[in-house]
Design a protein around this ligand. Sequence first.
Ligand code: AFP
Length: 324
Amino acid sequence: MKRLNTQLQEDDCPLELILLIRTLLAACKEISFRVSQGALAGVLGSTLSDNVQGERQKKLDVISNQILKDILSESGYVKAVSSEEEDKVIGCTNDGKYLISFDPLDGSSNTDINSLIGTIFSVMHAPQWMEPDDPSAFLQPGTQQVAAGYVLYGPSTMLAMTTGRGTHLYTLDKTHGGFLLTRERVQVPRETQEFAINTSNQRHWEPCMQKYMADLLAGDQGPRGKNYNMRWVAAMVGDIHRVLCRGGIFAYPWDNREPEKAGKLRLMYEANPMAFLMEQAGGGASTGKMRILEVMPEDIHQRVPVILGSADEVEACLEYFKGN
Ligand code: AFP
């Protein structure tokens, strides 16, 4: 099986980016180990503090965030990092060439039930003019990402990553400690009969999204003319992994429970990296109004509605948004 390094070289990835990715993955391997220790190491459960998003932090959120910050800031390749768990960006090395945004532990409410969780990351070039702690340098659209992916801490520890030459899946071989290529150039099937949308929120959505869901639920008796199945992991990283592997549509639309927020999921830490992976695998990625990767960020913690997955199903969903 091909090693990660070999695949990155074949994809013409610059040496410094390869070294950065390897450093990032060293941090993820450490997180994978900590996660696997679970209750034996006393890492389950919540802390007594809230993060910048106003969410109660899990102990593993804090541990994963610290591991990533420590390893990346000492690497020499990174000018600044931005984390879902941090209020402000953290300046690292002045001549570092890259900026990294990450959600250290997506789906962290799953930690206590031993279910899927993962680390999501997005890498961009650092502008030369920027001061390391300047958040404005991060405000680039997702089209500027040079690498993005996630590490999924499941029955196997898996990496899904793109550097703009397709989306590849790797599996961590814990016997020698390296990620090995286990699926090259993933192609998401264009059509699907599976959705991952938290339908318990349906009554809070915009009418167009409610109508889309009603038509999916009507199955072969409705306008879509086919039956759908539903899956919901409550960790985007797990749901997107399934969509990459066998197709599907994942959405977290805007809803009126907190109408001032554009959605639940974060543009820089969740939507952009997943949209890059999805498009590189032939899938679609939209906010309902525009391509996710073209959203111009105004804030590092900005939220967006997301619709991602099998290209034809995403298109079908977007038809309901037309004229809205
Ligand atoms: P946590 O990391 O706080 O568990 O949130 C995970 C998440 O942001 C995303 O990964 C899930 O798809 C989504 O929230 C689940 O949200 P609901 O709990 O509203 O279904």
